[in-house]
Design a protein around this ligand. Structure first.
Ligand code: UD1
Ligand code: UDP
Length: 365
């Protein structure tokens, strides 16, 4: 008797979506007796996406190749709307899987809904409750939730948020965040144990709310840190968005202990994350990874949709004020007992089996 396999179309476009969906794709591939997975990338990101596809050895079945330089939200949305339907028509999936909060996430869900295909939403239920921060991600999350049919909430907090928005309880499954699966996979298979003293500080910034004066303020803080702590090297893999890149290179080029770099592939990035003494970031994914690894992190944002990271103590929200950042860096680097208290590994985002749980639920649908 031949069993009809479930056709699962996984759609994503950017670096973080790829990192967080790779474990799900691998798990679907492992259960090839149950699932026939298809991967479609919008390529909202190009080089930064391809770096992840290479590391996880994922070859998309469909590549819409949509990225353009300095793309606008509405134009990118229109391109996804125009091109994705033909993929859905070809595959005729039983379910579409999306992840997170990007333009790809929301528009892919909308196209799926128009095509009357069920949507499984990975990392559902994160909320900052501020329409403008993170912008446009908070609204992308809310809109995707309205369109989705099955919700994979990473934590209890995210489940509660969904319930408050009248999502039926039986459609919400707490699975943990798939990023923990990715971190554990990389750590186990690639990162060597090292007793080297950690003499680097890792920085990433890219959020739209931080474009302009906030980013300049972070650059001023980083310059001061480099001056005050010449024994540390500041590693800053710079996001490829020209709006971000131009400000960072203009403000921080040619400072001996500040290394501005092309985005690192995921393995290299995890190596730096693992060996750095502290992290300065406005990234969602990096906060989660730092929490798993117990790396003290200063969050360069005024709002958060990840209260669990703050509650764990590993991440401290400081915003972008240069004085405030400097004060917190001094506290961490000068007070060993405080540092030790903060630098604790944490499982608030899950146990590393999120993808397995997601696939089990998909199999039962
Ligand atoms: C997007 C997501 C954001 C996510 C971030 C992860 C939206 C609205 N924003 O923001 O939620 O946190 O990705 O990094 O979905 N670029 C390249 N090469 C790349 C990637 C980007 O050159 O590989 C440049 C291009 O000029 C592109 C620009 O960056 O137009 C902006 O990319 P876009 O995806 O629109 O916004 P991000 O700021 O990357
Ligand atoms: N990352 C990477 N190389 C880099 C910087 C970040 O692989 O040079 C990874 C990082 O480990 C994390 C993800 O990219 O998993 C975060 O992506 P980003 O900060 O761009 O987006 P966000 O998570 O804020 O949406």
């Amino acid at each position: 008797m031949s069993i009809t396999k479930k056709k699962v179309l996984v759609i994503f476009g950017t670096r973080p979506e790829a990192i967080k969906l790779a474990p799900v794709i691998k798990e679907l591939e492992k259960s090839s007796n149950i699932f026939r997975p298809y991967v479609c990338v919008t390529a909202q990101h190009r080089e930064m996406l391809d770096q992840v596809l290479e590391i996880f050895n994922i070859t998309p079945d469909f590549d819409l190749d949509l990225m353009t330089s300095c793309q606008e939200l509405s134009k990118l949305s229109a391109e996804i709307l125009n091109t994705l339907k033909s993929v859905i028509d070809k595959v005729k999936p039983d379910i579409i899987i999306v992840q997170g909060d990007t333009t790809t996430t929301f528009i892919a869900s909308l196209v799926g809904f128009y095509s009357k295909v069920k949507i499984g939403y990975v990392e559902a239920g994160l909320r900052s409750f501020n329409k403008h921060s993170p912008y446009p991600e908070e609204i992308n999350r809310q809109l995707t939730s309205v369109l989705a049919d099955v919700y994979f909430a990473p934590t209890k907090v995210s489940r509660k948020n969904l319930i408050k928005e009248n999502i039926p309880k039986n459609k919400i499954h707490i699975t943990g965040n798939t990023i923990v699966d990715s971190v554990k996979f990389i750590k186990k298979n690639y990162i060597q144990k090292s007793n080297k003293s950690n003499k680097s500080i890792l920085v990433t910034v890219h959020r739209r709310e931080n474009w302009g004066k906030n980013l300049i303020s972070v650059c001023q803080a980083v310059k001061k840190i480099a001056e005050l702590y010449p024994e540390y090297t500041i590693i800053w893999p710079v996001h490829l968005n020209p709006v971000v890149k131009d400000i960072i290179y203009k403000n921080l080029s040619n400072i001996p202990n500040i290394k501005l770099m092309y985005p690192l592939n995921y393995l290299k990035f995890m190596e730096y994350l693992n060996s750095s003494i502290l992290i300065l970031t406005d990234s969602g994914g990096v906060q989660e990874e730092a929490t798993v690894l117990g790396k003290p992190t200063l969050l360069l944002r005024d709002t958060t949709e990840r209260p669990e990271a703050l509650q764990s103590g590993t991440v401290k929200q400081v915003g972008c004020n240069a004085k405030k950042i400097l004060m917190e860096v001094k506290k961490l680097l000068n007070r060993k007992s405080y540092y030790k208290k903060v630098a604790k590994k944490n499982n608030v985002f899950g146990d590393g089996n999120a993808a397995k749980k997601i696939c089990k639920i998909l199999a039962k649908l």
